[in-house]
Design a protein around this ligand. Structure first.
Ligand code: IVH
Length: 690
């Protein structure tokens, strides 16, 4: 292959065309047929080559270039698009009788007694879109909006890899419409990440898809892994298809994914079977569907049937029953977390909700129980939204027994009996038992050995709990004496007193040996991990790192905390007064000091060595972050910048060197522009910070 610098413009144009075609083919194979034909590495190589050529010949960048999928510039707002053909909605029905009514009314309208064929299609629970192609090139994308005007999401749609950017043998004007969705797996992954970063999570995949598609910064859309199915059309300059089924074939030829469960039904019976089948596979599909759409297959008949005001006469949505059910509350249990938070959970009489057996529901907190007046013995409506934890929607008070009593939230910890107090303006009540509370002790040890802390894989949650209950482990330091205590029986003086873990059920010599090996391996620990492992409220990994950097050694940090000396702490960018209070409180607790001291006699906490790169391109510069960052939390970004020798400031001034803008950036971005300060996108910052 020729070096890019040796290419003529003509050769470059030819190669770009070839690259676009090749990658489009691969996208189709991957997204439509589920049969990748380029490996990830090959795909990346093509993508890279494409970028290289485009960098040298920017005038040759094609409308359908794969590089367009990474997301164009951030916009200040969505512009409106008026649909040339309105995007209609569908009438809803909920029962088999209504399906029969619908078919009867279609026949009556057409004045026929013959069977009519219908397409049965899963109703994808996503966000509808319209994609306009002119002369085979994708030119515009829109949301449905109110059906008449939608928002311009052209750049966002481009980032969806299953949407073809170029069509062969398509009408000069063609609007393809369909549904953008987020798979259940991607939804959970996204929410998990958000949860970890302390950000607000999405209620269901549909909301996540909507939130991801309607992003002013298409780069964010690009990272979200959205997918789509095409199912209808808007404006077309010609219509070489005779039926809905025929249209699906055309869609596939052009490279659009269509739903593999679309089926042609020739009788009421087949329609009903298709509904039953989709209902059955619903839970196992990788995306959410909320019903089945039936469409008269013949376009000629569709045209005769026409429209009611906002819905077609030739199609209808048969919705699945809501994922709600009635059941009774058997008990209200209070769980106690690592920081002592009491969380109420309802134990329910097991019930089938949309194909899933539900036996627990979260009650969030004390106020939630009060607000909904949920009592033990109540009949309640429970709801499963997508796959999130079931919730109690309401109490059926008519069914309440006359002798039922209001639930009284305990003021003592159900695990240890210590007072459970609720600070003013806090929603949670907390146990004050600290480590004498078994629940907190166990949760804290689980945290102690977790991945970002001591990372001792052999000590799972269940083992910690069992060991605690059996008196083998009380506090984290006990983990490090396990081995010597286990050997107890080997020396003369303590004959027979060993733990002999290898004799326990489920354990053998080998697994015990492996556990000890894993523990020995953690006797030396880095300062940030150690601080994080202590499980101080509000001290996550990023904060632990900041503390490590600024104090250098655990002793320095601990001494300050014991002396309630927080000046140095709150001077750290990213650490506020409320965090400082939590830290001082932690070290003000004699229990905790004892635990920490015992730990320090078992493990070596390595001092933090400053690895700041003072030669980095941003060393010595002052950076301001603003807006919502997508690839990292604000603390991570700050930590990253600081590790490269930059100073991170909270506000923009004449001394600022760079302003890094995330999504929905506000006044700081404006001020930076006014002052002529260099503005970086998150990507550009990451590039600089590499
Ligand atoms: S056809 C005129 N087919 O359901 C017909 N819609 O209330 C237009 N939807 O707004 C829609 N899957 O967002 C059609 N296979 C499917 C669909 C589908 C999901 C959504 C679409 C529409 C709503 C109807």
């Amino acid at each position: 292959m020729k070096d890019v610098k040796d290419l003529t413009a003509e050769e470059a144009a030819r190669e770009l065309e070839h690259l676009a075609a090749e990658m489009a083919k691969s996208d189709i194979a991957y997204y439509q047929n589920d049969a990748p034909y380029l490996s990830d590495a090959e795909y990346d190589r093509l993508k890279h080559r494409n970028l290289e050529i485009e960098a040298r010949f920017p005038q040759l960048i094609r409308a359908d270039s794969p590089s367009k999928r990474v997301g164009a510039a951030v916009k200040s707002g969505f512009s409106k698009i008026t649909h040339r053909f309105p995007m209609l909605s569908l009438g809803d029905i909920f029962s088999i009788e209504e399906v029969e009514d619908f078919i009867r009314s279609v026949k009556r309208f057409l004045n026929t007694t013959e069977e009519i064929a219908f397409m049965s299609e899963p109703k994808i629970d996503g966000l509808s879109f319209s994609a306009r192609y002119e002369n085979g090139v994708f030119v515009q994308g829109a949301t449905r909006g109110d059906g008449t005007t939608g928002e311009d999401i052209t750049e966002n749609l481009k980032t969806i890899r299953s949407l073809p950017l170029q069509l062969k043998n398509a009408p000069d004007v063609l609007e393809v419409r369909g549904e953008v969705y987020m798979s259940k797996a991607d939804f959970f992954e996204l929410n998990e990440r958000y949860e970890k970063e302390g950000r607000k999570t999405f209620a269901n995949p549909r909301n996540a898809a909507a939130g991801s598609l309607r992003q002013l910064d298409p780069k964010i859309t690009a990272e979200r892994n959205l997918s789509m199915f095409a199912y209808t059309w808007g404006e077309v300059s010609e219509r070489p298809w005779e039926s809905q089924q025929d249209f699906f074939n055309h869609l596939n030829d052009w490279g659009f994914p269509t739903n593999p469960n679309n089926t042609l039904c020739r009788s009421v019976k087949e329609i009903e079977e298709s509904f039953a089948r989709l209902m059955e596979i619903r839970a196992s599909l990788p995306y959410d569907i909320d019903g089945v759409v039936y469409k008269v297959n013949s376009i000629a008949l569709q045209e005769r049937l026409g429209f009611l005001t906002r819905t077609p006469r030739w199609a209808i949505a048969h919705k699945f029953p809501a994922e709600q059910a009635l059941t009774t509350v058997n008990a209200i249990r209070i769980q106690v977390g690592r920081t002592g938070a009491l969380t109420p959970v309802a134990d329910l009489e097991p019930v089938n909700v949309g194909g899933v057996i539900v036996s627990h529901a979260t009650l969030h907190n004390e106020d939630e129980i009060k607000r909904k007046d949920i009592r033990v013995g109540d009949t309640v409506v429970i709801q499963r939204a997508g796959d999130v934890i079931p919730q109690i929607v309401a109490v059926v008070t008519e069914k309440r027994s006359p002798d039922s009593v209001e639930f009284e939230f305990p003021h003592v910890c159900p695990q240890c009996g210590a007072h459970a107090v609720r600070e003013e303006d806090e929603a949670v009540r907390r146990c004050t038992g600290g480590l004498s509370c078994p629940a907190q002790a166990i949760e804290r040890m689980i945290h102690f050995v977790s991945r970002d802390a001591f990372d001792i894989a052999g000590l799972g949650d269940k083992i910690i709990e069992d060991f605690y209950r059996e008196g083998i482990l009380h506090t984290p330091a006990d983990i490090f004496t396990l081995e010597s205590r286990n050997r107890g029986g080997d020396d003369l003086f303590s004959a027979g007193t060993g733990l002999h873990l290898e004799r326990k059920e489920g354990w053998g010599k080998k697994s015990v040996e492996n556990l000890f090996l894993a523990i020995r391996d953690k006797r030396a620990i880095s300062l940030p991990r150690f601080i994080y492992a202590l499980g101080i409220r509000q001290v996550g990994t990023a904060t632990a790192l900041l503390i490590a950097k600024n104090y250098g050694s655990f002793r320095n940090f601990m001494n300050d905390m014991i002396n309630k000396e927080t000046g140095k702490l709150v001077a750290i960018d990213g650490i506020g007064a409320s965090m400082a209070t939590d830290m001082v409180e932690f070290f003000g607790e004699p229990h905790n000091i004892e635990i920490v001291n015992r730990l320090l006699s078992e493990v070596t906490v390595e001092d933090y060595i400053d690895t700041t790169d003072y030669n980095s391109p941003i060393a010595g510069k002052t950076i301001v972050f603003t807006g919502t960052l997508e690839r990292m939390t604000r603390s991570e970004a700050k930590a990253k910048a600081q590790s490269l020798g930059a100073k991170v400031a909270g506000s923009v001034s004449a001394h600022t060197d760079y302003v890094v803008v995330g999504a929905d950036a506000g006044s700081k971005a404006v001020k930076a522009k006014e002052l002529g300060i260099a503005i970086l996108s998150e990507e550009e910052f990451l590039e600089l910070a590499k």
